[in-house]
Design a protein around this ligand. Structure first.
Ligand code: NAP
Length: 454
């Protein structure tokens, strides 16, 4: 039997588990999918926006894999010095596949970035997704204008959530505290700002279009700003996805403002150089505006500064400039790219392949692509692992890892524990007159898991 640990139960981890059990090349594979959280699905649960029900329903596909009799979910297990050391994990399995994603966010590196009222988009997403590590609150309190820095799909997500009203958010599984806060939000002006041009924006057209379909909200673009971009003026040479974005923006540029209650301003060619405080003192000091330098295309896909500046008022700033992988206990790390060095998914340590260690997903290729991109990525890693299986299974393993984990003082949340959490979330929602409502903290998640029927 080939015994494999997959660390991380997001899409890349689950697709890896699926690839390992749904093949006939190596019979008798058993997979434990470990996660530091008591809940599975990674960014599908804690990253996909709550109003994206269709994408969220991918959980049903991931569930079918985790319910396969050859796969076991073990939640609440942290790999590392403060949990189960990676070296110990290696002893318990023939192979370990790290599918831990990109756990932190990139920094802007400009003065004022840490002012109160300035948050990473990841913090905001974690809040409205009920991530149990999120302790922040009060994002929208006292804010009337928001600036979102970056023009990727995460920027679109947080912009859309800021612009949605309570009536649309209430049917989602958003935690009650976030729903209440957003329902009371007075943010009516949201600027989403790119440092390059509209034809280079990273958002996808489907996500972009959604902004134009929000009730009581209008999207405002300045045609003169868009026209600074040669790709906007002459889109025929652009990749199809960028061309479609340009077409949507062109439509908005031709639509006069109609005076809707909320405005989303899409801005381009503005590079953030400083976050400015609002003049308050001590505890009251917080962000009041973002200073941008106007940029122009440099003819090579980049931009150059012009020495002209523009301040955009904002009592809330969300920095949405991408995720970044973090170093893992016992694994080599490419600090420049925030990934683990690998060859077709096999971890490469000091220039040689580390037998039995693999990576898939964002920690392997960086934080790009949509959920489906993880399928071929996981497949490549699984292919490598199965090729190595003959050599890997020669090593004798100790008893069932679950016994060892329990003996080490860990209390993994098994599938029944997760199902108990799901029941508790359905009950919470019913008590609030809503559908499923997520539990937002460790205490309530673990308490719910303990009620599991054995
Ligand atoms: P992203 O697509 O890499 O976008 C990052 C944005 O930040 C870009 O506009 C980038 O501009 C900008 N940026 C980076 N550094 C900057 C700086 N120093 N100053 C100003 N702007 C800066 O990242 P993401 O939005 O976090 O998304 C991550 C991945 O998840 C993407 O593959 C995305 O498609 C995916 N995702 C998909 C969905 C969906 O399908 N609905 C939802 C959420 C996320 P430059 O281009 O100029 O570098």
């Amino acid at each position: 039997m080939l015994r494999v640990a997959v660390v991380g139960s997001g899409p890349s981890g689950v697709y890896t588990a699926q690839g390992l059990v749904q093949q006939s090349q190596v019979p008798g594979v058993r997979v434990d999918v470990l996660d530091r959280l008591p809940c599975p699905y990674g960014l599908v649960r804690y990253g996909v926006a709550p109003d994206h029900e269709k994408i969220k329903s991918l959980q049903n596909n991931l569930r079918a894999v985790l319910e396969d009799e050859r796969v076991r979910f073990l939640g609440g297990v942290r790999i590392g010095p403060d949990g189960l050391p990676a070296a110990r994990l290696r002893e318990l399995y023939h192979a370990v596949v790290y599918c831990v994603g990109a756990a932190t966010d990139r920094h802007l590196g400009v003065p004022g970035e840490e002012l109160p009222g300035s948050w990473s988009a990841t913090e905001f997403v974690s809040w409205y997704s009920a991530h149990p590590d999120c302790v922040a609150d009060g994002f929208v309190l006292g804010a009337r204008s928001a600036v979102v820095i970056g023009v990727g799909n995460v920027a679109v997500d947080v912009t859309r959530i800021l612009a949605r009203g309570a009536a649309e958010l209430s049917p989602t599984d958003m935690p009650q505290a976030a729903l209440t806060a957003l329902a009371a939000s007075e943010v009516t002006e949201i600027s989403m700002v790119g440092r390059r041009g509209p034809s280079q924006a990273r958002f996808t057209t489907k996500e972009l279009r959604e902004l134009g379909a929000l009730p009581d909200t209008e999207v405002i673009v300045d045609p003169r700003e868009l026209e600074l971009d040669p790709g906007y003026n002459e889109p025929s040479g652009l990749p199809a996805a960028n061309r479609r974005n340009v077409e949507v923006l062109r439509g908005w540029a031709a639509t006069p403002p109609r005076g809707a209650a909320r405005r989303i301003r899409l801005r381009f060619f503005l590079r953030p150089v400083e976050l400015l405080a609002d003049g308050g003192e001590g505890e009251g000091r917080r962000v009041g505006a973002v200073r941008f330098e106007r940029t122009v295309p440099d003819g090579h896909g980049g931009v150059t500064g012009t020495g002209r500046y523009e301040d955009i008022d904002a009592q809330l700033v969300l920095r949405s400039v991408g995720y970044r992988g973090v170093p893992l206990d016992g694994l080599p790390f490419d600090a420049e790219h925030g990934t683990v060095p690998h060859l077709a998914g096999r971890v490469v340590r000091d220039g040689t392949i580390a037998p039995g260690e693999y990576v898939a997903g964002w920690i392997k290729r960086g934080p790009t692509g949509v959920i489906g991109t993880n399928r071929p990525c996981a497949k490549e890693t699984v292919t490598s692992l199965l090729e190595d299986a003959g050599m890997l299974v020669r090593r004798e393993l100790p008893e069932d890892p679950l016994v060892v984990l329990r003996a080490a003082g860990l209390a993994p949340v098994e599938w029944a524990g997760w199902q108990a959490i799901e029941r508790a979330e359905a009950e919470l929602g019913a008590s609030l007159g809503r559908g499923v409502v997520k539990l937002p903290d460790w205490t309530s998640l673990l308490a719910a898991a303990r009620t599991a029927r054995s």
